[in-house]
Each structure stands twice: as structure tokens, then as C-alpha cells.
Ligand binder design. Structure first.
Ligand code: G1P
Length: 271
């Protein structure tokens, strides 16, 4: 059973400057809702009971967004607007299941995950990267079904254009399980086109085993001087840990780049 999810939120969001110079990218509106809410709803719908936000001192605005009760109560007592009441109730519901941990220096996704070591209770947990929205079909739900069946790690996968492999973690595939799932042989963070073993990219949904923490403790910096989760996953696979790649059925929206962010509002408004 997967009960806990973690969401790294300490990144600087430089790809979305200037929107992120004084604001958190995860709070930017996408078709009238903050981006983070889509991720929260995906988790809740998939049965996740606790969600751990990895923030930084610079991103405390995220905490504020969920802890603004006095303000809401004042407005509601004056206005009694049913829409605001509904939204506030939603925020209260989210707040009940959110915990915060801090990663004050953005040293990479691997470093962010390590900050949750003492909070993760079960053998397996979920990680979601907030830049990656998957609409129409709940990817987390489908990945949990695969995890329950095979009792191993599962990561989301999508075919990308060959000339963009340098932007992603890229899988080398072992054998197919079925049309949507395959065993992972290896995974390489942002390879050069020539070195890419496929065009199957890692998308930001991971079901990981607690064993990853032992690898992360010793993980050296990788591409771009960051500590990458991909590099620790790679070590676990080399030691024989089973990892499944899941080609999700939903629609992918990349909210981490300016073009992708603009496009995501447009796409969601059509759903
Ligand atoms: C991260 C991961 C990468 C993955 C990507 C998916 O990269 O390191 O392996 O393919 O998310 O969005 P980032 O977007 O932080 O550069």
C-alpha cells in the first residue's frame, strides 16, 4: 500500500523567470487553479493519506497559501460568498494531510528526497514532480495498481522526440510486461543524443523503495552539479532492485517551461 507522497518544491523555477522572481512557480494559476492543486487532487484521488512538501525558506509562500485561515475567516464572515467558502473548505481539507520539510539549498531532486528520510514510514512511497501534470487519467492511481501487483518500484514513462533526450532522464528497457509496462534495465540523467539508450523519458511520478535513502546518503553530484534521484535509482537497479516503467495513458503537460506553462492553461481549458 502506498500511503505517503513527497513533492519537491524548493527549486528556484528559473525556467519561468520573471514570473518566479518573487513568487513560487507551483502557485502559478493554470486555468484558474494553482498548479499544485492538480497534483494534490491526483494524490488524494489515488488514495494517498499524507503529502510531504519539501520547501525552502525562500518558498514559505507555499506554506502561507495553505495557512491563511485568519484572512479567509474574516472575508467569509463579512461576505458569505459560497464560492470562497467552498475554496476555503478545500484548502482546509488539503492542510489536514500536508506536512512540510525544508531543503534550504536547491542541490537537486536527490537531495530533496533525502530530507524526507525520517518521515517516510512504509517500505514504498510516492514522489511527484510538480512541473509534470498528467491530465484525463490518474497516473498515480495506475502506478499504484502496478506496484501492488508486482511489489516493486514503478516510474512513469513517455516517448519523447529523439532530439530532446538531453532534457530528460532516459530509460534503457529490459523486457516488456505488456503494452503499457516494461522492466527497466538502466536510466541515465539527461544523456547526449549519441549516448541515449532510447527515447523513453522519465516523467515525474516515482514509486520508490526506502532503500533509496541509503544510496542518496552517499550520492555524489551528477549532471549540472546537482544530486540527482536518477543516479541513485541507477545504483539500486544495478544491485538487482526491480523497477518497472509505466507508459501512462493520460495527457502530459510540461509546466516547467514558459511555452509549456502557457500551453497548459489552454489545454486544460479544453478538457
Ligand atoms: C527531472 C528529472 C528527469 C526527468 C524530469 C521529468 O528533471 O531529473 O530525470 O526526466 O524531471 O520532468 P528536471 O525537470 O528537474 O530538469
Amino acid at each position: 500500500m502506498i500511503r505517503q507522497a513527497i513533492i519537491p518544491l524548493a527549486g528556484l523555477g528559473t525556467r519561468l523567470l520573471p514570473l518566479t522572481s518573487v513568487y513560487a512557480k507551483e502557485l502559478l494559476p493554470i486555468n484558474g487553479k494553482i498548479g499544485l492543486e492538480y497534483i494534490l487532487d491526483e494524490c488524494i484521488e489515488a488514495g494517498i493519506k499524507e503529502i510531504i512538501f519539501i520547501i525552502s525558506k525562500k518558498k514559505e509562500i507555499i506554506k502561507k497559501y495553505f495557512y491563511n485561515d485568519k484572512f479567509y475567516r474574516r472575508i467569509i464572515s463579512k461576505k458569505k460568498d459560497p464560492r470562497i467558502i467552498k475554496e476555503y473548505n478545500k484548502i482546509k481539507k488539503y492542510k489536514k494531510i500536508i506536512k512540510f520539510v525544508y531543503q534550504n539549498y536547491p542541490k537537486g531532486t536527490g537531495d530533496a528526497v533525502l530530507k524526507t528520510k525520517n518521515i517516510i514510514k512504509d517500505k514504498f512511497f510516492l514522489m511527484l514532480l510538480p512541473d509534470d501534470l498528467i491530465m484525463k487519467k490518474n497516473c498515480t492511481k495506475d502506478m499504484i495498481i502496478i506496484h501492488n501487483k508486482f511489489n516493486c518500484s514503478v516510474m512513469a514513462s513517455m516517448k519523447v522526440k529523439k532530439n530532446t533526450v538531453k532534457r530528460w532522464g532516459i530509460y534503457s528497457r529490459k523486457k516488456n510486461i505488456d503494452k503499457y509496462n516494461f522492466y527497466i534495465n538502466d536510466v541515465i540523467e539527461k544523456p547526449e543524443i549519441k549516448k541515449a539508450p532510447s527515447n523513453n523519458a522519465v516523467i515525474g511520478r516515482y514509486i520508490l523503495s526506502r532503500k533509496i535513502f541509503n544510496k542518496l546518503k552517499k550520492q555524489k553530484k551528477g549532471k549540472g552539479g546537482e544530486i540527482h534521484i536518477t543516479d541513485s535509482i541507477r545504483l539500486l537497479i544495478k544491485e538487482g532492485e526491480k523497477f518497472i516503467g509505466h507508459n501512462f495513458k493520460g495527457k502530459y503537460l510540461d509546466c516547467g517551461t514558459m511555452n509549456g506553462y502557457i500551453n497548459s492553461s489552454l489545454e486544460i481549458s479544453k478538457i
